[in-house]
Write a protein that binds this ligand. Structure first.
Ligand SMILES: [Zn+2]
Length: 328
């Protein structure tokens, strides 16, 4: 029989290690829990569709690079007011996998750790969600930025990640990046990204299908032109039955800045003025339609609603639902 004192000081010190939380305490204490994080997938129904938000992880950027025209004091006020760090902003990477019943469509494809090592979880999270790469029929690439499209190939661009997929790209986006003597090819900031984009595109070129605004990646998955971030940047409407959602892609990046200060120019928009205009117009649409909104970069799983707040907007995340969502 252990008495109370035996319990606290006995048992090989395990209980004591727990009580004081000794880092690197004895092996028995450390074995009580694993350090592994949960898999990053979240399912919800949309009409007859089953949608799974699958995380690729996160990416981070210095705030002064994200909003170079904004005074530090103004940036700090908005970010600190939202309990975010003021030096670096972290963005989630939320890939959608839409099961329409006869097609499996991804909206964007992550970057397989080739952009920032923290964004490399898509494949393991797809596996956790029991989605096999070879099952993916279509990948809608909203725009040619690393965190959205480098994941379609492995390191070195030798093999395709999703061997059976076709790639749907907005016509304006395709035409922009395919321009000869490209202005970004020798640009100090974009040069590396441009050249890696071209290697990635070369590996999937024979399976690319371009669409005009309003064109479909699959029945019920329609593109919306939202230029500015890139010239052919595409947002997405997904509709089934009487349900629909609007997927912003990169019209919004940071949950505080994009919603509270939609007119701030930045967020790596190639056309800063058009980017800000598009952001305000698209957020107006989101608020007017009271639509369910999916975002690529807002806190996981990136689902919520947009409301008007003063002359700007507020983000209201959806509540996590624990019920299973069987495919129809
Ligand atoms: Zn992005």
């Amino acid at each position: 029989m252990l008495d109370r004192r035996d319990f606290l000081v006995g048992a090989g010190g395990a209980a004591t290690a727990l009580l004081v939380g000794t880092p690197g305490g004895d092996a028995e204490a450390r074995a009580l829990t694993s350090g592994a994080q949960v898999p990053g997938f979240y399912r919800f129904p949309l009409g007859q569709f089953q949608i799974t938000v699958v995380s690729d992880g996160t990416i981070s950027f210095p705030c002064e690079a994200l909003w170079p025209e904004t005074a530090k004091a103004d940036r700090d006020m908005v970010l600190a007011g939202d309990f975010q760090p003021t030096d670096n902003a972290t963005l989630q990477v939320n890939v959608l996998a839409v099961n329409t019943g006869d097609r499996l469509v991804l909206v964007d494809a992550g970057s397989r750790g080739k952009f920032q090592p923290t964004a490399s979880r898509l494949l393991e999270n797809l596996a956790a969600a029991e989605i096999k790469p070879e099952q993916v029929d279509t990948i809608l690439i909203t725009h040619f930025h690393p965190d959205h499209m480098w994941g379609v190939t492995d390191d070195g661009d030798a093999e395709r990640t999703f061997p059976n997929a076709e790639y749907v790209v907005g016509e304006a986006e395709w035409n922009f990046w395919m321009r000869p003597q490209h202005p970004l090819a020798n640009d100090a900031f974009w040069e590396q990204i441009y050249h890696q984009n071209m290697k990635t595109v070369a590996a999937i070129k024979d399976r690319i299908r371009t669409v005009k605004p309003g064109g479909e990646a699959a029945t019920g998955i329609t593109t919306i032109a939202t230029p500015g971030h890139t010239p052919g940047h595409t947002s997405v409407e997904i509709a089934s039955g009487s349900d629909h959602l609007l997927c912003t892609a990169d019209v919004v990046g940071n949950r505080a800045v994009a919603l509270q200060r939609p007119d701030w120019r930045g967020g790596f928009d190639l056309d800063l003025e058009q980017g800000a205009k598009t952001r305000r117009a698209f957020l107006e649409r989101c608020a007017s339609e009271k639509a369910l909104i999916s975002t690529y970069h807002l806190p996981y799983p990136g689902l919520g609603h947009v409301t008007r707040a003063g002359g700007a907007f507020a983000w209201i995340p959806v509540d996590w639902q624990w019920n299973d969502v069987d495919p129809k």
